[in-house]
Design a protein around this ligand. Structure first.
Ligand code: PLV
Length: 322
């Protein structure tokens, strides 16, 4: 099928961020996808491959994978059940219902909700839509890089790509895209928040690690175990993947700064990537010699997110005391 559900998003230059890092910063505005995040790229692709004859799809999500599944299902005329953990904010429940989805709240974190989604797929005969661990998702997400490359043109190659990591699906898609356009030597800075750091824990341990709990407020980064493919990429000598953490306060501060500077509201999962610029992670990596001092343009995947509105933003500010 040639038609797809995602749109070609704008690639914007940020003057303020460029000033901060000392190189041109390009923002790939995935917040402007119809489902509010990059997730529609992979999930739209997967649904088109696996769910055309389906009696219904079921997806466990921190919010955004669910938004993408609900959007794709609505366009395909298929019912959608989205299982969320109780940590998901009310705003995302309403947005999912607006997309026509049935919302089921089960468990405390995404892993609990996922067990319920797998059970429903089995007992109700629904098509299971994984939020981050499937080759079709990575293939779909890869278009975020091929599109950026087409927009930048043959004479511009990024010095690094900046992404947030939850279960690692976006990271796998970005790597796939870098391979597709011949940019395998471009370093990827993989950002998580402390307390939702399953990729960082795996990189440090040299093996997959399952976190005891998700203690970060960036709930959409809150998978307890990163997907195996993302870990394998981190061990691959042909790739440079730098895993870094920020605090919840830094991620939230990044969300606020981005709202002020770029006039766009994103959720904390996305704030984690933005904080690499605003909190000086990129500068530090340069000082440590892990990124070159003379860095080429930075490509930031502004992954977006629907789990935020002004009410949720003030709630988070109060909770995190910032
Ligand atoms: N969120 C997933 C997994 O949650 C979800 O169900 O929506 N940025 C945003 C705005 C996201 O929503 C997510 C994933 C990520 C980044 C990270 O993407 P991933 O999971 O492919 O690494 C538990």
């Amino acid at each position: 099928m040639d038609e797809h559900f995602h749109v070609n998003t704008p690639l914007l230059e940020s003057v303020t961020m460029s000033k901060l890092v000392g190189t041109t910063v390009y923002l790939k505005m995935e917040n402007s996808q119809p489902s509010g995040s990059f997730k529609i790229r992979g999930i739209g692709h997967l649904c088109q491959q696996l769910a055309t004859q389906s009696k219904g799809v079921v997806c466990a999500s921190g919010g955004n994978a669910g938004m993408a599944a609900a959007y794709a299902a609505r366009k395909m005329g298929v019912p959608a059940t989205i299982v969320l953990p109780s940590s998901s904010p009310q705003v995302v429940v309403h947005r999912l219902q607006d997309q026509g989805a049935t919302v089921n709240i089960t468990g405390k974190v995404w892993d609990d909700a996922n067990a319920e989604a797998l059970r429903l797929a089995e007992t109700e005969g629904l098509t299971y839509v994984p939020p981050f661990d499937h080759p079709l998702l990575w293939q779909g997400h890869a278009s975020v890089i091929t599109e950026s490359a087409a927009c930048l043109g043959p004479s511009v190659k990024p010095g690094a790509v900046l992404v947030s990591v939850g279960g690692g699906g976006l990271l796998c898609g970005v790597i796939q895209g870098l391979k597709d356009v011949g940019w395998m030597d471009v370093p990827v800075v993989a950002m998580e928040t402390e307390g939702a750091d399953c990729f960082n824990a795996a990189v440090k341990a040299g093996k997959l690690v399952t976190l005891d709990d998700i203690t970060s407020e960036a709930k959409c980064l809150g998978a307890k175990t990163v997907c195996k493919k993302a870990f394998e990429y981190s061990q691959c000598s042909e790739l440079t993947i730098i895993s870094e953490l920020v605090t919840d306060q830094q991620a939230l501060h990044a969300v606020e700064t981005f709202l002020d500077e770029e006039r766009v509201l994103v959720e904390m999962a996305c704030g984690a990537a933005l904080a690499a610029v605003y909190s000086g992670v990129i500068r530090r990596l340069q000082d440590e010699g892990r990124l070159p001092t003379l860095l080429g343009p930075l490509l930031v995947i502004v992954c977006g997110g629907s789990s935020v509105d002004m009410k949720q933003l003030s709630h988070l500010k109060h909770k995190l005391q910032c």
